[in-house]
Design a protein around this ligand. Structure first.
Ligand SMILES: Cc1cc2nc3c(=O)[nH]c(=O)nc-3n(C[C@H](O)[C@H](O)[C@H](O)COP(=O)(O)OP(=O)(O)OC[C@H]3O[C@@H](n4cnc5c(N)ncnc54)[C@H](O)[C@@H]3O)c2cc1C
Length: 398
């Protein structure tokens, strides 16, 4: 790379993080290639919630018409008690989000979001069947090595390769931490669960040792659910697989009819043992950086992993926009120094919710419910009100 030419960026991983970065780089006029290990592109059959801090960015990347046509905009998020479904708190989303934060709150099918991203990219951006096994960095560039023996060069590489990241190994020798909790995920037809779709909402029922979340996706035709339970038995690091509906039924025995009706409508469920990793001190070198779950894998109890990845992607593209060979290390440093404090806070809060959501009935639970039930519209401002592009402007290089 000459000192004055724009950098060529290699992205390892074609999940939501890698594809959003590819789109943000493309919009910034930078050349980028995504290397994805899977033979085909796709996402798991499950839902995803996107908050205004991410949707404002996806809209600016040109995805607003597609997202508005596919997503559900829930009117509210309600926390409820496990046994009688009484409401602990109700936070307004819908129009309220648009008014307060200038961007919507979306509930989507993951495959829809993934497809919208792929379709927005120039053809040939993603190379499939490319499992990266290692990367070598020198002062002039990086060389990626793949399982099939091939190699590729670039000026910088971004690891968007998820919680098991190969690229992260170049920086730190940590391992995923088991949370002791697993989730069953499923999709059911909305017409089979009329009580929970009467109004489009994100619903969370909190109970001792477990909680249950559901919300509509796919233009309201399907309801996505996530049922958290204590992990039983050993889990290794390939922790996703098929679950059994009867185990979810047993785990939620005695819960309110709203919850058991959703579980009862499921024909199949997937099972995931939840892991995260502790925040790290550094996630970049001169020509390598991390993004999304490879940088800051978190428990899903704030629904923020993909939201943070979208913020990362726009921040990184913004830092790289004007970079040259000489300034590349400084651009990666700027990206990391902007993103690490925020993603660390989100990782820690997500972990904190794994205790708060699962309190046994008693004094601590009543205190939690009273606190959550106290109206505080500003409670989510730090999360939803954040605009990474404003932050970029404030983090100008010296
Ligand atoms: C139950 C549950 C619910 C969640 N709900 C939400 C939510 O509502 N909102 C939200 O924002 N987040 C949510 N999350 C978190 C969110 O799913 C993740 O943070 C997000 O999907 C991470 O995207 P990623 O692209 O960083 O990683 P991944 O999705 O893991 O993608 C990594 C990609 O890299 C590829 N790859 C891996 N290794 C290699 C390699 N060596 N070479 C080439 N390719 C490779 C993989 O095949 C994959 O395509 C939830 C998570 C869970 C478990």
């Amino acid at each position: 790379m000459r000192n004055d030419t724009p950098p060529r960026i290699a992205v390892v991983g074609g999940g939501l993080a890698g594809l959003t970065l590819a789109l943000a780089l493309h919009r910034a006029g930078l050349e980028c290639r995504v290397y994805e290990q899977a033979p085909q592109l796709g996402e798991v059959g499950a839902g995803i919630q996107l908050a205004p801090s991410a949707t404002r960015l996806l809209h600016r990347l040109g995805l607003e018409p597609a997202l508005r046509s596919l997503a559900v905009e829930p009117a509210a998020m309600e926390f409820r008690r496990w046994a009688d479904s009484s409401v602990i708190s109700r936070g307004l989303l819908g129009v309220h989000c648009e008014q307060r934060y200038g961007a919507p709150y979306y509930a989507l099918h993951r495959a829809d979001l993934h497809r919208v991203l792929v379709e927005a990219l120039p053809r040939g951006t993603v190379r499939l069947g490319a499992r990266c096994t290692g990367v070598e960095e020198d002062p002039d560039g990086v060389v990626l090595r793949f399982a099939d023996g091939s190699e590729a060069g670039a000026d910088a590489v971004v690891g968007a390769d998820g919680i098991h990241s190969v690229l992260r190994r170049a920086l730190v020798a940590d391992r995923p931490r088991a949370s002791g909790q697993s989730v069953y995920r499923g999709l059911v037809e909305s017409r089979r669960v009329p009580a929970v779709v009467a109004e489009p909402r994100v619903l969370l029922w909190l109970g001792p040792g477990r909680h249950f979340v559901c919300y509509p996706v796919s233009d309201g035709r399907l309801v996505n659910f996530v049922a958290t339970v204590p992990t039983t038995g050993a889990t290794d690091e390939s922790w996703s697989g098929q679950g059994r509906v009867e185990d979810v039924v047993a785990a939620y025995d005695g819960w309110c009819a709203d919850v058991t009706s959703v579980i009862g409508a499921a024909d199949e469920v997937s099972l995931w043992a939840l892991h995260d990793r502790a925040p790290i001190e550094r996630w970049s070198t001169g020509r390598l950086t991390l993004l999304g779950d490879s940088a800051h894998p978190m428990l899903p109890f704030l629904g923020q992993g993909a939201n943070q990845a979208v913020e990362d992607a726009v921040a990184l593209a913004g830092c790289l926009r004007d970079a040259t060979s000489g300034t590349l290390p400084a651009a990666l440093e700027r990206y990391e120094s902007m993103r690490r404090p925020r993603t660390t806070q989100v990782q820690e809060r997500s972990r904190g919710n794994s205790t708060a959501f699962h309190l046994p009935d008693g004094d601590a639970q009543r205190e939690r419910d009273a606190r959550m039930g106290t109206p505080a519209p500003e409670r989510q401002d730090w999360l939803y009100g954040y605009d990474v592009e404003r932050s970029l402007a404030a983090h100008q290089p010296a």
